[in-house]
Design a protein around this ligand. Structure first.
Ligand code: IPM
Ligand code: MN
Length: 366
């Protein structure tokens, strides 16, 4: 089969890590007889530099014509890059938000799984890690604070800024259904995270989750306040199967969840609408501090490509092959710098490699 993959390499480490994911996809294509046709799409700082806009209408059209989009990362150093002197709607991140909104990508799935081999990179205590953990964060992606009305003005000579957090019941229902559907394929537990002791939007969230839960009698669910959830993630991550939450809480908790798996460089992510289309990207950012050094971990992007095969193209055994190749590379001791054993842990059989070598090693194991 032939698949049309839109490719947003983006900024910072983006082009490096996407290059490795394409290498692995090509290895899959060769072995299983598929061809992946790549269409480069400009987004983020590189698009600002070329077109003056972080995402042009033409780029959105290219994305819409693709079967799925694979993305690296966008943005730069917010303190030093000239992109951040521009008004907010012209900055790199605005391109990503516009893409999510234009394609109605309301559901963002971020699996966080601790590889046996990476226990030494996990910052948690041995007794907390136990046999490891495996959770999936379902983050609402096109509502809440990210897309609410906002304003900055001066009131009686004092600067004031406002952001608003709005959800309607339909937005909550559709993401809740996605979370319960995915829970049915996993350990059948949903933890819905909110701040219902303070926020109206969270109280509505709770009500709608309870309504949807009635249709899934096999799934057990609970509500958890977000501050407690942040604590539970490091205290007892094993308790989580599917975490369902709104946009900003999900942004924060997914970074935290990735860190307990050893590194944000391991965490893949997929964003869905109601079709087979998806946007696949690592959860991490553009890491401008290490861009161009050849040391970034490409695994999250490679695993995002595996998610693309599984969810957009229904190529399960090909996705399994990528995930298996990643596991083999780790088992054989290959590590990028971010997943090296922590101080005091053994370095026996461990080999530190760069971005390209890691890509080669994984591609060879397909
Ligand atoms: C993410 C990123 C984005 C977000 C930024 C780049 C706008 O942090 O995908 O988690 O906050 O959603
Ligand atoms: Mn984030």
């Amino acid at each position: 089969m032939e698949y049309k993959v839109g490719v947003i390499s983006g900024d910072g480490i983006g082009p490096e890590i996407v290059g490795e994911a394409k290498k692995v996809l090509d290895a899959v294509g060769k072995k299983y007889g598929h061809s992946f046709i790549y269409d480069d799409i400009l987004m983020g700082g590189c698009s600002i530099d070329k077109t003056g806009e972080p995402l042009t209408d033409g780029a959105i059209e290219q994305a819409k014509k693709s079967d799925a989009v694979l993305m690296g990362s966008i943005g730069g150093n917010t303190a030093t890059s000239p992109w951040y002197k521009l008004p907010p709607e012209k900055r790199p991140e605005a391109g990503l938000l516009k893409l999510r909104k234009s394609l109605n990508l309301f559901a963002n799935l971020r699996p966080a799984y601790l590889y046996e081999e990476l226990k030494a990179a996990c910052p948690l205590r041995e007794d907390i890690i136990g046999d490891g953990f495996d959770m999936a964060i379902m983050r609402e992606l096109t509502g809440g604070l990210y897309f609410g009305e906002r304003e900055t003005k001066e009131v009686n000579g004092v600067r004031q800024a406002t952001d608003t957090l709005t959800y309607n019941e339909e937005e909550i229902r559709r993401i809740t259904i996605k979370a319960f559907d995915i829970a049915m394929k996993r350990r059948k537990k949903v933890t819905s995270v909110d701040k219902a002791n303070v926020l109206d939007s969270s109280r509505l969230w709770r009500n709608v989750v309870e309504e949807v839960a009635k249709d899934y009698p096999e799934v057990s669910y609970e509500h958890m306040l977000v501050d407690n959830a942040a604590m539970q993630l490091v205290k007892d991550p094993k308790q989580f199967d599917v975490i369902l939450t709104e946009n900003m809480f999900g942004d924060i908790l997914s970074d935290e969840a990735s860190m307990v798996t050893g590194s944000i460089g391991m965490l893949s992510s997929a964003s869905f609408n109601d079709t087979k289309f998806g946007l696949y990207e690592p959860s991490g950012g553009s890491a401008p501090d290490i861009a161009g050094k050849g040391i970034a971990n490409p695994i999250a992007t490679i695993l995002s490509a595996a998610m693309m095969l599984r969810y957009s193209f229904d190529l399960d055994k090909e996705a399994d092959a990528i995930e298996g190749a990643v596991r083999s590379a780790l088992k054989e001791g290959f590590r990028t710098i971010d997943i090296m054993p922590q101080k005091g842990e053994s370095l026996d059989g461990i080999k530190q490699v760069g971005t390209k070598e890691m890509g080669d090693i994984i591609a060879e194991r397909i």
